[in-house]
Design a protein. Structure first.
Lengths: 228, 309
């Protein structure tokens, strides 16, 4: 690859973000800003984490096949989010992570949040959603061996992923709406979001249970054909 | 005169980041009021307002206002007691402040989502991350494509089933699952072709170029400077603690003097910029039209009368 100006910038960011930016932001937030600035620091860290992934993704060699597959799975997950109440998006992201690897899983999750928010509304919550769904795909990718083996483990993972996503976004809700973080406010917002949490958990587990067999077979075949 | 929504994506991004950023991190009531007023005026002037969205936002704001005093009992001025717990004026106003913030951000972000279309996002990130842009543009194209695949497959399956018996809900669910599965199959097979064609066009070789239809002109530069100036006055005032505002234990405004006032005025300039710019654009448009076609209105009137006869 010919190193262009942007190539150098990406190479710089790959070292600067984890070694300098994120520690500096955390320290500055703890030392110089009062506690009402939690959201500023966490938003900064979320955005730089996504930027770090992007810089790394651009710099390393990845096959065209995994990029094309990520685009297809993202489109499927975005389409799935249009279905009311029970949404297969997270299940599709998890299956992508399991079958196509953690990197593609993260990419699919993050892009699903970014692109579906073009329909549902962008906002300061977008980086957090991107991270939350991206991590769902990433963790599924790392746990792929046990999750491929048993359907019960997969369903349990779906329940956990739905709950974790909702609990993580509740942290954002509290920080953004009240500026401070107290256990009482957090419990209240968790209770407030309980119907959503349940719907995420149920739809993740349900779709993972139903889709794992047919979609897994197709993804397996895709992987085989792309490697050939 | 370029319309606010047609400016360069960098201007749009800078504007929305600075205006919402300041509202979110400087929770001064006047700033939040200005933010909501500016956002609402632009939302209404754009002419795509929906009553449902406004009702939802208002309901959310009301809920947030009332929840805080029920959970938080800080503050000196007790209005009344609920279950022996004080309901304070300060907590109520704090909740109202948070509600103002949320409503302002939601309305502003609604306009942002409508203006910031995918090709603008791609224009912004295209040079820094060409590979990601390729994935995004492929994904965006695929969303309507897959919906149409899904419709094709499910209508064909319905045809195969025939009209002998009314399908039970279980059959319907099973059918839609099968149609979904077939759609995924088509989509993934297509992705293999897409990968081959990406390789044929040099996916891994050399560096990728990016092109976009947006040109950064003088107009955009002027807008950028205007936004940066008015935002930096606010940020400077906030960083020096002049816009601090406390609700607990009693309401206290620390911003006295000329500088905080200047910063509030400059935030008003920032917040109302799109609404004013849109208004000016409409007026100019009308003026130019009547200059160029002075008799257009008279002709339309004449045609209408003729048609009525």
């Amino acid at each position: 690859m010919i190193p262009s100006g942007y190539g150098r910038l990406r190479a710089f960011l790959r070292f600067a973000i984890p070694l300098a930016f994120i520690p500096a932001m955390t320290l500055a937030g703890a030392l110089f800003l009062d506690k009402k600035r939690y959201l500023l620091v966490s938003l900064g860290i979320a955005v730089s984490a996504l930027l770090l992934f992007d810089a790394a993704y651009e710099s390393r060699r990845s096959s065209s096949g995994s990029a094309a597959a990520a685009a297809v799975m993202t489109a499927l997950a975005v389409t799935g989010r249009l279905i009311p109440v029970i949404k297969p998006s997270a299940a599709i992201i998890i299956l992508t992570g399991i079958w196509l690897g953690p990197e593609t899983g993260f990419l699919t999750g993050a892009l699903t949040a970014l692109l579906s928010n073009m329909i549902f509304g962008q906002g300061p919550w977008t980086p957090f959603q991107m991270l939350a769904w991206g991590l769902t795909g990433l963790i599924a990718g790392y746990l792929s061996r046990p999750l491929k083996k048993s359907r019960i483990a997969l369903t349990a993972f779906g329940l956990a992923a739905g709950a974790a996503y909702s609990l993580l976004m509740d942290v954002y809700t509290v920080l953004s709406s009240y500026g401070e973080f107290t256990p009482a406010l957090y419990y209240a917002s968790v209770l407030n979001a309980l119907p959503f949490t349940l719907s995420y958990m149920i739809s993740d587990a349900l779709f993972l249970f139903v889709l794992s067999e047919p979609l897994g077979k197709k993804l397996e075949r895709l992987k085989k054909r792309l490697i050939e | 005169m370029i319309r606010f929504s047609d400016k360069h994506p960098a201007v749009t991004a800078l504007y929305f980041i600075s205006v919402t950023g300041i509202a979110m991190f400087v929770p001064h009531p006047v700033i939040l009021l200005l933010s909501l007023a500016g956002a609402l005026s632009y939302y209404l002037i754009r002419g795509e307002a929906s009553a449902r969205f406004l009702c939802f936002t208002a309901g959310l704001a009301l809920l947030m206002t009332l929840i805080n005093p029920l959970l938080s009992h800080r503050g000196e001025t007790v209005l009344f007691f609920i279950n022996l717990r004080p309901f304070t004026l300060e907590a109520l106003l704090y909740g109202a402040n948070a509600a103002l913030l949320a409503a302002g951000v939601i309305v502003r972000m609604n306009s942002f989502s409508k203006i910031m279309t995918t090709e603008k996002v791609l224009c912004l990130i295209g040079r820094f991350s060409p590979r990601l842009s390729a994935v995004i543009s492929a994904a965006v194209r695929s969303v309507p494509l897959f919906s149409s695949y899904y419709r094709h497959v499910s209508s064909f399956r319905a045809l195969c089933r025939g009209y002998d018996s009314e399908p039970t809900p279980y059959d319907r669910a099973k059918e839609s699952m099968e149609a979904f599965s077939a759609t995924v199959g088509i989509a993934l097979e297509g992705s293999i072709d897409a990968a081959d064609s990406m390789d044929a066009r040099g996916w891994q070789n050399g560096h990728r170029t990016a092109s976009s239809r947006f040109v950064f002109g003088q107009n955009d530069a002027a807008a950028m400077i205007y936004i940066a100036l008015s935002a930096s006055v606010c940020i400077a005032a906030a960083a020096s603690g002049l816009l601090d505002f406390d609700f607990y234990p009693v309401i206290a405004d620390y911003g006295r003097g000329l500088f905080p006032l200047t910063s509030l005025v400059s935030y008003a300039f920032l917040s109302f910029y799109p609404a004013v710019s849109e208004c000016v654009w409409h007026i100019m448009w009308k003026k130019r039209k009547t200059e160029k076609y002075p008799d257009a209105e008279a002709l339309r009137e004449y045609n209408r009368r003729e048609a009525e006869k």
